[in-house]
Design a protein around this ligand. Structure first.
Ligand code: ZN
Length: 199
């Protein structure tokens, strides 16, 4: 079963979990379930695509989808022509490493496709720099699987009116969870309680 709450109640709002628990997780209608299935499959594909990255600290994959067609893809890595090493040392990436989203957006710029109105699927939530590119590329929807260590990028996307969806893997299935920027273990335990209470 897919559970979630209404879009307008989820996206880009700083709802606290007490409020969410009161709202309960609404059972999705057929259209919303279908969308979640599609989103889940594309997001799984980004995870596979991330395996192309030779970065050691974090592998990120991204897909751009428009009208149910994948129009671009990307993973984090150095620009074309540079050696395939992302890290300066154990804790730092080289400053010229391109993020997966930036690679997907710049790849589509070289093609005959347009990112205007597209959905971006990405394994990790976009950083501030990528979020700026996402807004300017006309992308209307962003679906991600886990939070980056900072969530200012997600905040910016929300401010720009872009639909941001956080899918959380639970018991082998994705659940839509609210956008809070909180990626702590205790947050997910609370979400789990809310979902359990709604069943
Ligand atoms: Zn980025």
């Amino acid at each position: 079963m897919f559970f979630g709450i209404k879009k307008e109640q989820i996206f880009c709002s700083a709802l606290d979990l007490q409020y969410l628990c009161r709202l309960k997780f609404k059972i999705m209608d057929a259209r919303e379930k279908k969308q979640l299935l599609l989103d889940s499959r594309y997001l799984r594909m980004t995870q596979i695509w991330a395996e192309n990255s030779y970065c050691r600290r974090r592998q990120v994959g991204a897909l751009l989808v428009k009208d149910k067609m994948i129009i671009s893809d990307g993973y984090n890595g150095t620009p074309a022509g540079f050696e395939n090493v992302c890290e300066e040392d154990a804790d730092h990436s080289k400053p010229y490493v391109l993020h997966a989203e930036a690679n997907a957006i710049t790849k589509v710029a070289r093609s005959n496709n347009s990112s205007d109105g597209a959905t971006l699927y990405v394994t990790t939530s976009p950083c501030m720099e990528c979020s700026k590119l996402i807004i300017q590329a006309g992308i209307r929807r962003v679906v991600f699987g886990e939070y980056y260590r900072m969530h200012d990028g997600v905040d910016l996307l929300c401010r720009a009116g872009i639909e941001v969806v956080h899918l959380w893997m639970r018991n082998g299935e994705y659940e839509v969870v609210e956008i809070t920027g909180d990626n702590s273990e205790s947050h997910y335990q609370e979400v789990e309680k809310c979902i359990a209470a709604s069943k």
